[in-house]
Design a protein around this ligand. Structure first.
Ligand code: SF4
Length: 385
């Protein structure tokens, strides 16, 4: 008869997971200190939810005192081709690989629940399941469970699956034995740090989320900071650069999970089309996607930043149409995009026509800030149109 650990591993593999590991629930006592330092430095930006339950997050047993073990699973979403090639297509947006099809929370949670149910039926105990939405530190747990290590880009790296694993955790009151932590195999490699377009790593293994394009395009609610906009290129949802250059990816087989095969229309969607999405159309296009979580206004804001970075004057009408948008967030991003695409004189005429009717302070700031700063900078630059 297999041990509970072996049987649960078989259950997880039968559910399609690519990696399975086990760790005592008290195995990541050290991780709380790193979290506290991260929060103290303000690197979490406006992700208040990270700070709000920091004590629970620091330790599984602070979240659930009866937990004895963590079952950690990984599901590969390794792409078939290089996701960075989409960055060259400036009239199109780049969507992070993980978001090009189904919402992984939905895919993983169902399967975690199936494993948890079967484990309880066979071995008893109580269970709770977590997929990136509750205060559980999945990456340190995955490290303790032997699935991989937290690389210099702070994400999990696996020798078998590279940097492309979704993680899920089941906490259980069963004692499933000792940890078998994976060692750090980053060595002297620093590709992920070097490639970052916004210089978001103050040091190896430390990420300042406030500069990270994943944070800026997904978590950040307000206008994107001016100094980071031009660095975002055409990344409209997330960023894969630091993951995609990880040399361990060469050992990763392409994901087998059909739910993560890229939807053709999300591989490199046309920016002009995306900028025109209203709320209903946005919800229809992204109804089964994680992208729906950020809402239409934040998404179109990102699209307008990409339009501003496109050097493609054919996209000016798409941005100009958004000057009358109901969302100040969208109007403000449209102002910036047009400033980048239009000759100074044409843009100034637009400003005269629109700014006088603008009542929102943040949008007025865009018109005024751009008049004061960007136009002056542009005058000293070679023309881009
Ligand atoms: Fe930098 Fe992109 Fe990695 Fe964020 S996801 S740290 S912006 S390379």
């Amino acid at each position: 008869m297999p041990s509970a650990r072996d049987a649960i591993r078989d259950l997880a593999l039968a559910q399609g997971f690519d990696a399975v590991g086990f760790a005592p629930a008290d195995a990541i006592a050290h991780a709380g200190q790193g979290l506290r330092e991260y929060l103290a430095a303000g690197h979490h930006g406006d992700m208040g939810w990270l700070a709000a339950r920091a004590d629970e997050r620091a330790h599984p047993q602070a979240l659930w005192s009866q937990a004895k073990s963590a079952i950690v699973v990984g599901l590969s979403y390794a792409p078939a081709d290089d996701p960075l090639t989409a960055l060259e297509r400036r009239d199109r947006g780049t969507i992070s690989v993980y978001a090009q099809n189904a919402d992984y929370h939905d895919v993983i949670k169902k399967r975690l629940k199936a494993i948890a149910r079967a484990a309880v039926e066979r071995f008893g105990g109580d269970v709770k399941v977590f997929v990136d939405t509750a205060p559980v530190m999945e990456k340190p747990l995955a490290n303790a469970a032997g699935i991989g290590w937290q690389g210099k880009h702070t994400n999990l790296v696996s020798r078998a699956h590279g940097s492309w694993l979704f993680l899920g955790v089941i906490l259980t009151t069963l004692d499933l034995g000792d940890a078998a932590p994976e060692e750090d195999h980053c060595g002297s490699c620093s590709r992920c740090l070097v490639i970052c377009p916004t210089n978001a790593f103050p040091a190896p293994y430390k990420l300042d989320a406030r500069r990270c394009i994943s944070y800026l395009t997904i978590e950040h609610k307000g206008p994107i900071p001016h100094d980071l906009r031009a660095l975002m290129g055409n990344r409209i949802y997330g960023c894969d650069d630091c993951l995609a250059v990880c040399p361990w990816n060469k050992f990763a087989a392409t994901a087998r999970e059909v739910a993560f095969f890229p939807r053709v229309e999300l591989k490199a969607p046309l920016l002009a089309h995306l900028a025109a999405l209203d709320d209903a159309a946005f919800r229809e296009v992204f109804k089964a996607s994680p992208i729906k979580r950020i809402g239409r206004d934040r998404f179109v804001r990102n699209v307008l930043i990409a339009i501003g970075n496109s050097d493609d004057t054919n996209l000016s009408p798409a941005a100009q149409a958004r000057l009358a948008d109901a969302s100040p967030l969208v109007r403000g991003a449209a102002v910036w995009a047009l400033n980048r695409l239009m000759p100074t004189e044409v843009w100034s005429n637009l400003r005269t026509a629109h700014a006088r009717n603008e009542r929102d302070e943040t949008v007025l700031e865009e018109w005024n800030a751009l008049t004061a700063a960007d136009v002056m900078v542009r005058e000293g630059e070679p023309p881009t149109i």
